[in-house]
Design a protein around this ligand. Structure first.
Ligand code: UD1
Length: 361
C-alpha cells in the first residue's frame, strides 16, 4: 500500500529543513509525498530563491495564505489546508519547526484523524509571549510521532508525558542542508566592494517583535551597533517585515551597512567568513554552532540550549554592556571553545526516513 504523506512548508526556515527528507521520500515508491506550501512566506527572497538554490521541487499545492495578524494568518492556512484534505485525505502529515504554518496544519490534520509527525519537536523557550512557543506547545500536544534535534528535547517531551516509544532523537535536518551546500556557498555581490575578505566584520539579523516592534528598544540596538563600527564593520541583513522602519532609520545610523534579506547560499557565505553574528533568530544559532562562529543572541531565553552549552552561542538579552564586552571578545579572538552537538552530522533526514519506513508502511 502506498502511504500519502503531506509535507508542510510555509516559512523560510521550513524550506531549509525538508530538503533531504523530501528527496528520500520522493525516491521511495511506497510513499507519495504531497509537498504543500502554505504561502506564509511569498516574497522571492524569502521563498522562491530558497526553492531554486536548494533544488526543492515545485510544491503540489500552494495555499497562498499570505500575511496577516497571527490569528488571521493561522486561520487562513487552516481553511485552505482543510479544503485539500476534504477532497483527498493524507495518511500522515509532517510539520516542521514552530511557525504559524506548523500549528495551523497540525490542527487541521488531527481533526481529520490523520497522524501528525513533528520534526524539531520538544523545543521550549518557556517564554509564552513568543508566538513560536505557543506553536511548539500546541503542535506537540497533538503530535503522534516526534523527531528531536537534541536529547534535551526528548527529555522535555517525556517530562510532559509523551510516550517514549514515539520520540526519536535524530539530530538536526537544518545541518543536513548546510553540510550539503557548504561547498556551494555564493559570495554576495557587495562582498568585494566592501573589502570584506580583508577586514573584520559582524553579521546582524533582527526580526523578533520583542526587538524590532518597539521603536525605543530597536533604536537602542541600532545606536549600539553604530558605535561598534569604529572597531568592526557591521552588516545588518534585514527581513522584509522591518523594511519600512529601516528605510526611515538608515540615514540616522549611517555607519551600519544595511542589506536586504539574502538568499540561503549568500547568507551562509557571509556568516562563514565573518568574525561573528548578532541575532535574535533560533535557526541561525544552530548554523553558527556548526560553523563554530561566535554568536551573540539578543533574547532572554532560547529553545536551543545546546547552542550555548555545546556550541558557539551566548544569550545576553538586551544587556548592552554585555553586548559591547562580547563584541570586544570577538574582536580580540577570545571566544569560548565550542563543539558540534551529537547527531548534527548531515544524516538526520536519513534517520527520519528510516523510522518512517519502519513505522508507516
Ligand atoms: C516567521 C516565523 C518566525 C521565523 C521567521 C523566519 C511565525 C510566527 N514566525 O516570522 O518564527 O523566524 O518566519 O523568517 O510563524 N512579509 C513579507 N514577505 C513575505 C512574508 C512576510 O514582506 O514573503 C512581511 C509581512 O509584512 C508580514 C511580516 O513579514 O506581515 C511577518 O511575516 P510572518 O510570516 O507573519 O512572520 P515572520 O516575521 O516572517
Amino acid at each position: 500500500m502506498i502511504m500519502i504523506i503531506d509535507l508542510i512548508v510555509g516559512a523560510r526556515p521550513n524550506f531549509v529543513k525538508i530538503v533531504n527528507l523530501l528527496k528520500l521520500l520522493d525516491a521511495d515508491k511506497f510513499f507519495k509525498v504531497r509537498l504543500i506550501h502554505t504561502g506564509q512566506h511569498y516574497a522571492n527572497n524569502l521563498s522562491d530563491i530558497f526553492f531554486k538554490q536548494l533544488n526543492i521541487r515545485n510544491p503540489d499545492f500552494n495555499l497562498k495564505s499570505g500575511s496577516g495578524s497571527q490569528s488571521f494568518q493561522t486561520a487562513k492556512i487552516m481553511l485552505n489546508y482543510e479544503k485539500i484534505l476534504k477532497k483527498n485525505k493524507s495518511n500522515y502529515t509532517i510539520v516542521v519547526g514552530d511557525v504559524n504554518s506548523t500549528l495551523a496544519c497540525s490542527l487541521v490534520a488531527k481533526k481529520f484523524g490523520i497522524k501528525v509527525i513533528h520534526i524539531e519537536s520538544g523545543l521550549r523557550s518557556y517564554d509564552i509571549s513568543m508566538p513560536e512557543e505557543i506553536n511548539r506547545i500546541v503542535t506537540d500536544s497533538i503530535t503522534d510521532i516526534f523527531f528531536t534535534t537534541s536529547i534535551e528535547a526528548k527529555k522535555i517531551l517525556i517530562s510532559e508525558g509523551k510516550n517514549k516509544k514515539n520520540i526519536y532523537f535524530v539530530g538536526n535536518t537544518m545541518i543536513d542542508t548546510l553540510k550539503l551546500n557548504e561547498q556551494k556557498l555564493i559570495k554576495p555581490v557587495f562582498f568585494d566592494n566592501l573589502n570584506l575578505s580583508n577586514i573584520k566584520y559582524l553579521v546582524v539579523t533582527m526580526h523578533r517583535p520583542s526587538n524590532v516592534d518597539n521603536i525605543i528598544i530597536f533604536e537602542k540596538i541600532l545606536k549600539n551597533l553604530n558605535s561598534f563600527t569604529k572597531k568592526i564593520k557591521i552588516i545588518f541583513s534585514y527581513h522584509p517585515r522591518i523594511s519600512k522602519i529601516i528605510k526611515k532609520l538608515k540615514l540616522k545610523y549611517k555607519n551600519i551597512i544595511f542589506i536586504k534579506s539574502l538568499s540561503y547560499l549568500e547568507f551562509n557565505y557571509l556568516v562563514k567568513k565573518s568574525n561573528g553574528v548578532i541575532t535574535d533568530s533560533g535557526g541561525i544559532t544552530e548554523e553558527t554552532t556548526y560553523f563554530k562562529i561566535p554568536c551573540i543572541t539578543m533574547r532572554n531565553s532560547t529553545e536551543r540550549p545546546e547552542t550555548i552549552n555545546i556550541g558557539s552561542n551566548i544569550l545576553i538579552n538586551n544587556n548592552f554592556k554585555k553586548l559591547s564586552s562580547n563584541v570586544d571578545k570577538i574582536i580580540k579572538n577570545k571566544w569560548k571553545k565550542s563543539f558540534i552537538p551529537n547527531k548534527w552530522d548531515g544524516n538526520s533526514s536519513f534517520r527520519i526516513y528510516k523510522v518512517l519506513k519502519r513505522i508507516c508502511i
